[in-house]
Design a protein. Structure first.
Lengths: 435, 523
């Protein structure tokens, strides 16, 4: 039987979510020959598309922070096991700056208030605390701060967006808020309107003009107009700017229930960067097994049709996520890491996984379970030493964090990806420097 | 408001009693603190007992089940799926019990056909290879929600009044009689009802209600936990052939299976009794002795019902308390027009209602025969979407273009939500996500309401039913309630689903830190 040809890579990233893609663009920027292999596109489809760094700490007190960097410093002092603590505020800032510059370069700029968290309205009428906001959502941040006269506009047939709902709940914050619903000026079959489909349709100038026509008469008397976050997929800034020009109002997007269009835009931008940088990006791949070979790791991947590929990698970055990503798996007895069988830091028994209150401020202990890493983001093995010199881990698979409650999802992904890539590079440099 | 009979409790007993009395031409009012089936009537196995389970240990119970299950199959077929049942024993089960089973069934007139293990496995391919005995019986699956909703609807059609989301807060006594009952609605409205007779059919709350009247029922409370699978794993009801114990029964419930149960004494009724991982593990372990694939099956939720049991003394094992019901005339305690009725099983609810109605009539000095042995239970409009086998098919064939599915897992269209909303507004003056969920299959599928609850909430805002924060607060409440059922079964694929839910509700929407107080936000 013919042995499969081994394909070489400096760094193989397993996992194609935000963590994996961020690591890939960081690695490529450093001249590291990178392959990314993942089964799905990760969690961005189920996210808002904003860049959360740290909004709440400690979660038990529900304490919100104006300054995410000050929050990170305090968190790092008090919880040295937190992945953020392994980096510190300064290095996290470097990582975020680099990331935002990269995606801006790919046509997806984010705006921040330097050194500050901001609030923006969501489709549930709630306020979301975050740091990096897509340009197309920024006017919503402004509208809240200035208590602007705001109109929320929804489209008929969007089951999960009700402008009435948003306005009714936000009226406590924005006294001069109103709402309207317009028909989507495009002939779809049936009544259902899927977010991504609507967004694509709005990329068309013609459709946009019709939307503007429908909305223009309603806008009189309002400074800001909020739409569900479906304003284009290819060039949302253009779509938003165009609508602003045609209606004469500030336009902002409101994050919706999944599928997330802003999340998709971020995925698309990162994919564009990876392509430009020559990253070998392979979707629909599962990692079957890994074997060490000298100071390299040989990883066998399987594709959708069962075809196998073998990657001979100088280093591997595990960015496989938690249960959704299948990086971790749970049976009724405990949690395990699915590829290497690495030890998973976890509560003593299943009874301690989840608290009785869904919205318990301290969150659920199982969410803080995961891989323990050293300061080089290498996961520890059974003996308490790092499992492999050339195995790294980043993202939500790491222990001692609860990104959902801390409001730190994107920050965790990006910063730890950066930390792991930097550590890989140090390892690479040390190896080429010789014994 | 004035009535002949005030019934406290909207479960199977209360609604069954109201229908029985209404059929006898007696005026009655049902008062229910939450919505129908809020107690054990909405948290049970859904099992229509053939009686075989009690043939060995409790022959008179067995006969009652035999008779009542046949009556319900005949008079309420739309609430019943006549699945048939099996009793199976595995190695290590009590061989004497197995040996006596068929004879004991026959002696109470309950058919129990012996099968070879091979035959049983032929009928239910997922049965364990090593079963040592099997019998075919006439067990069936019954939908308790539809049953109660239909009983209540028929009673109302015949002139009864149903007050949901209304709590009893006190009794006005004069001498040895209750003169009026003081009620409070969930909106805070106070109301007094003058009643000739009062029936306390409040299930797990019988003691609380009795105490308000200054009397005692001596009821003891026992919690029973059940697990719900994502897919139906057996065609028939499956019983363990041994003295009744924990984890004995797997009952099909439409597209899912319910397995359990347990029996844990508790002191106070709670809305959501705590389900421990040891109970869950025990149920999985016992059920998998009959059907090994249970070890790897996906559970979508767990729930626990609280039974009130009659009997006195200090029996250690709750199963030794009678499942026989208690019908207490508080005349003996100096209150001439209060009756408490509790205990029993869902299967014999009609009989319990009949006996209670007989006593009520006697005390009213009215002679009117029971008609519920003969009158078919009409299928109500409201109840049609609770177990919508035919309705769904009809909708697929002929729905309007504008009609869309608000719940995709369970195929519940917008038109049904609108109809239920309008009904709830007219009849109950109270619409909430939970009441809609009760009368449809919203939230019963694998996402357990995570997506559809939001959609329905959005729709109700569009319709002007919700204003201000009402809808979001109710959504959070729904998520909170749903959690009690999810938490005990969060592993495997279900924990993946839950990670997604938290990402959406806490990650995108920040519902966990909502509302943000004015004085405590960054900007």
């Amino acid at each position: 039987m013919k042995a499969l040809e081994r394909e070489a890579a400096d760094l193989l990233i397993i996992g194609a979510g935000l963590t994996g893609m961020a690591a890939a663009v960081f690695a490529a920027a450093r001249g590291i020959r990178t392959t990314v292999a993942g089964w799905t596109r990760g969690g961005l489809s189920f996210a808002s598309g904003t860049i959360d760094i740290l909004g709440v700490y400690p979660t038990g007190e529900r304490k919100r922070w104006e300054d995410p960097w000050a929050a990170i410093s305090t968190l790092s002092d008090e919880t040295p096991d937190h992945p953020y603590a392994r980096l510190g505020a300064d290095r996290i800032r470097l990582a975020m700056d680099e990331f935002l510059a990269i995606v801006a370069g790919a046509g997806l700029p984010y705006r921040t208030r330097p050194g500050r968290n901001v609030l923006l309205p969501t489709a549930a009428g709630t306020l979301k605390i975050t740091h990096g906001v897509p340009e197309t959502m920024w006017a919503g941040v402004d509208a809240l701060e200035k208590r602007a006269r705001t109109l929320i506009v929804g489209f008929e047939g969007m089951k999960e967006f009700s402008s009435t709902l948003v306005a009714e709940i936000l009226k406590a914050r924005l006294p001069q808020i109103s709402h309207a619903t317009v028909a989507f000026p495009f002939a779809f079959m049936g009544r259902d309107r899927h977010n991504l489909l609507l967004a694509e349709t709005l990329d068309s100038t013609e459709v946009r003009a019709r939307v503007a026509d429908a909305v223009r008469p309603l806008v009189r008397g309002f400074d800001s107009v909020g739409f569900p976050a479906i304003l284009g997929i290819g060039n949302s800034r253009l779509v938003t700017a165009d609508l602003e020009e045609q209606t004469g109002a500030s336009i902002f997007e409101i994050p919706t229930m999944p599928p997330s269009v802003p999340g998709q835009r971020l995925m698309n931008s990162l994919e564009l960067v990876m392509v430009r940088q020559g990253v070998d990006f392979r979707l629909s791949r599962r990692a079957l097994r890994v074997e060490p070979s000298g100071d390299r790791l040989i990883v066998t991947l399987a594709g959708k049709e069962g075809q196998e590929e073998v990657i001979d990698a100088g280093g591997v970055l595990l960015a496989t996520g938690r249960f959704l990503g299948r990086g971790l798996a749970a049976d009724s007895n405990g949690l395990r890491e699915t590829l290497f069988g690495l030890p998973v830091h976890q509560p003593e028994s299943r009874e301690g996984w989840h608290r009785e209150l869904f919205f318990h401020p301290e969150g659920h202990p199982v969410n803080r379970a995961g891989l323990i890493v050293d300061n080089d983001f290498r996961p520890l093995g059974g003996s308490g030493e790092c499992a492999f010199q050339n195995l790294f881990a980043a993202g939500s698979i790491l222990a001692h964090q609860d990104w959902v409650r801390e409001k730190s999802g994107a920050g965790l992904a990006i910063a730890t990806a950066w930390g792991a890539v930097e550590a890989f590079r140090r390892m690479q440099d040390a190896r080429s420097a010789g014994p | 408001m004035e009535t002949q009979v005030l019934i406290i409790g909207g479960g199977a007993t209360g609604t069954g009693l109201a229908r029985d009395l209404a059929l006898r031409g007696i005026d009655c009012v049902i008062v229910e603190r939450y919505d129908l089936t809020a107690g054990a009537s909405g948290a049970n196995h859904g099992l229509l007992h053939s009686g075989a389970r009690y043939a060995v240990v409790d022959p008179s119970s067995a006969r009652e089940c035999r008779d009542e299950s046949r009556i319900l199959k005949t008079l309420a077929p739309h609430c019943v799926e006549d699945t048939g049942g099996l009793f199976v024993a595995v190695k290590g089960d009590d061989e004497n019990y197995v040996a006596d089973f068929q004879a004991d069934c026959e002696s109470v007139g309950i058919p129990a056909k012996m099968l070879t293990p091979r035959e049983a496995i032929g009928m239910e391919p997922d049965l364990a290879e090593g079963i040592i005995a099997a019998y075919l019986v006439e067990d069936a699956s019954i939908n308790p929600f539809r049953l109660c909703v239909d009983n209540a609807a028929h009673a109302v059609r015949l002139g009864a009044k149903l007050l949901t989301h209304t709590e009893v807060v006190g009794f006005d006594r004069s001498g040895d009689r209750i003169v009026s009952v003081r009620l409070r609605s969930s909106e805070g409205e106070e109301l007094k009802v003058r009643a000739g007779q009062v029936v306390n059919a409040s299930g797990a709350w019988v003691n609380q209600v009795a105490a308000l009247a200054g009397v005692n029922t001596g009821a003891v409370l026992s919690k029973g936990t059940l697990l719900v699978t994502q897919t139906r794993i057996t065609d028939r009801v499956l019983n363990r052939l041994r003295p009744p114990g924990d984890g004995d029964i797997i009952v099909p419930g439409g597209t899912v299976s319910l397995m359990g149960t347990t029996s844990r004494r508790i002191d106070d009724p709670r809305d959501y009794p705590r389900i421990t991982s040891s109970e869950v593990d025990l149920i999985v372990s016992e059920a998998s002795k009959m059907v090994p694939l249970v070890q790897n099956t996906r559970f979508i939720r767990a729930f626990a019902g609280i039974r009130s049991l009659s009997g006195s003394g200090s029996a250690v094992e709750d199963r030794s308390f009678s499942r026989e019901f208690a019908l207490l005339d508080h005349e003996k305690e100096g209150l001439g027009n209060l009756i408490s009725v509790f205990g029993g099983k869902l299967t014999i609810f009609r009989l319990i209602a009949e006996k209670t109605a007989d006593l009520v009539c006697e005390k009213l000095g009215v002679s009117s025969p029971c008609r519920t042995r003969e009158e078919p239970l009409p299928s109500s409009d409201t109840g049609r979407w609770i177990d919508p086998r035919e309705e769904r098919a009809r909708w697929v064939r002929s729905h309007g273009e504008e009609d869309t599915l608000l719940c995709e897992c369970e195929m519940v269209p917008l038109s049904v939500i609108d109809r239920l909303t309008s009904e709830l507004t007219t009849l109950h003056r109270h619409v909430d996500l939970n009441s809609i969920a009760l009368r449809s299959r919203v939230g019963k599928g694998s996402c357990q309401g995570a997506f559809c609850a939001f959609r329905i909430c959005a729709h109700l805002y569009d319709k002007g039913v919700y204003t201000g924060r009402e809808g979001i607060d109710e959504l959070k409440d729904l998520l909170h309630r749903r959690w009690f059922g999810l938490r005990p079964v969060l592993w495997g694929r279900q924990i993946v689903q839950e990670e997604l839910q938290e990402a959406i509700h806490c990650g995108i929407f920040n519902l966990d830190i909502d509302p943000l107080d004015e004085g405590n936000h960054p900007s």
